[in-house]
Design a binder for this molecule. Structure first.
Ligand SMILES: C[S@@+](CC[C@H](N)C(=O)[O-])C[C@H]1O[C@@H](n2cnc3c(N)ncnc32)[C@H](O)[C@@H]1O
Length: 365
């Protein structure tokens, strides 16, 4: 599966779009804000650049994209006003894969610029926002270019489904699962971790070359409590697909070959890899949980509907490439029913990891 060419959040502003189904990611951004605030303030005091070079990696489209940009600008603008200093200029780069709906972001820019002018007044420095479509697994920017790097809910996406998941015998190695599941053999979690390690180290190494010394990077990604935790949400999606195989709606062979290009690391795995890569000082590491449905006080039907719609907005591009667009409504209706049953007997939360990294002076790699 060519993840780079296939993966994109559901475009546009329709009822299944990412723009209308990204409240989970918004709540994660909001909960991670204190770490972002502290990290940016520290960087700003250390560097005080005339023009801040800022990049959001995996920005997607919809309300969250510019929410992050305005949060970053607010943090710096409040700080410079508190210190009675001249406003810096801002150059902001929105990065995502080429299939991302960049046009939707660009269309929001005139009103975003207008809002900045009104809120911040005439002494606010200029702000330039542009798009940089390219995989973040590799170089996107020139050397020593960025002061602030941000990425939320993106780095847990792998560049490819781990190699080695294909079976050497007739039977698929990860049969019945689309991720690390209860019945997956040990090799599966090893293969997933190996792919995450390769991708995450490449991400850090690429950013290390692009960032100025003492620049700051805040990454938020989904994690898991222990390395042998199965991904129960993917278990439910896998079991929905299995039901459809049994009913002859999906071909078994297609399901055998399908695995999610996703890995949620443990806190220990993240900190170990940051240390091993060596270009960054681990300034802060926090974790927090968010209910699958964000608001656990809602009734079960609403919660299950919310989960099904948020997962659909994120995974539909991957699933319809393999199984066909025609089955998507049926698949996610069945998935919602399974989620509802699951939530009726089990509280289910995502673990989220936020790391604040500072680019150290020496590149140790
Ligand atoms: C769940 S969305 C998160 C979007 C946004 N940051 C938010 O918080 O709402 C994940 C985004 O990461 C992007 N992404 C995944 N792999 C990527 C890669 N290798 N390079 C650039 N973007 C990538 C996806 O295309 C998607 O838009």
């Amino acid at each position: 599966m060519e993840v780079e060419n296939i993966l994109h959040m559901k475009k546009g502003d329709g009822q299944n779009s990412y723009a209308n189904n990204s409240l989970l990611q918004k709540s994660v951004v909001t909960k991670a804000k204190p770490v972002l605030q502290e990290s940016i303030r520290e960087m700003y005091h250390a560097l005080k650049p005339d023009c801040l070079m800022i990049a959001d990696f995996g920005c997607s489209s919809g309300p969250n994209s510019l929410l992050v940009v305005s949060e970053i600008i607010d943090i710096i603008d409040n700080e410079r006003q508190r210190m009675n200093e001249k406003s810096p200029k801002y150059s902001v780069f929105m990065n995502d894969l080429p299939g991302n709906d960049f046009n939707a972001i660009f269309k929001m820019l005139p009103s975003f610029y207008q809002g900045l002018k009104q809120d911040k007044g005439s002494d606010f420095g200029a702000c330039f926002i542009s798009g940089t479509p390219k995989s973040f697994y590799g170089r996107v920017f020139p050397d020593h270019f960025l002061h602030i790097v941000h990425s939320s809910y993106s780095v847990h996406w792998l560049s490819q489904v781990p190699k080695g998941l294909e079976s050497k015998s007739e039977e698929a190695l990860n049969k019945g699962n689309i991720y690390i599941g209860n019945t997956s053999p040990q090799e599966i979690s090893k293969a997933y971790y190996a792919q995450f390690k390769r991708d995450f180290v490449l991400f850090l190494r690429s950013r290390a070359q692009e960032m100025v010394h003492d620049g700051c990077m805040v990454l938020t990604l989904q994690g898991r409590f222990q390395s042998n935790d199965p991904g129960s949400l993917w278990d439910l999606l896998g079991s929905t697909l299995n039901d459809m195989v049994l009913e002859g709606i999906i071909e078994e062979e297609k399901l055998d070959k399908f695995n999610m290009p996703f890995y949620a690391p443990t806190i220990q795995e993240v900190s170990k890899l940051v240390g091993a890569e060596g270009s960054f000082y681990l300034n802060k590491l926090k974790s927090f949980t968010v209910d699958w449905s964000v608001d656990s006080s809602q009734n079960l039907e609403n919660r299950a509907n919310f989960v099904a719609k948020s997962i659909r907005a994120v995974t539909e591009s991957l699933l319809d490439t393999t199984f066909g667009a025609a089955i998507m409504d049926d698949l996610f209706y069945r998935f919602k029913i399974k989620v509802k049953k699951h939530l009726s007997c089990k509280e289910s939360q995502y673990l989220n990891i936020v790391v604040s990294l500072i680019k150290t002076r020496a590149n140790l790699y």
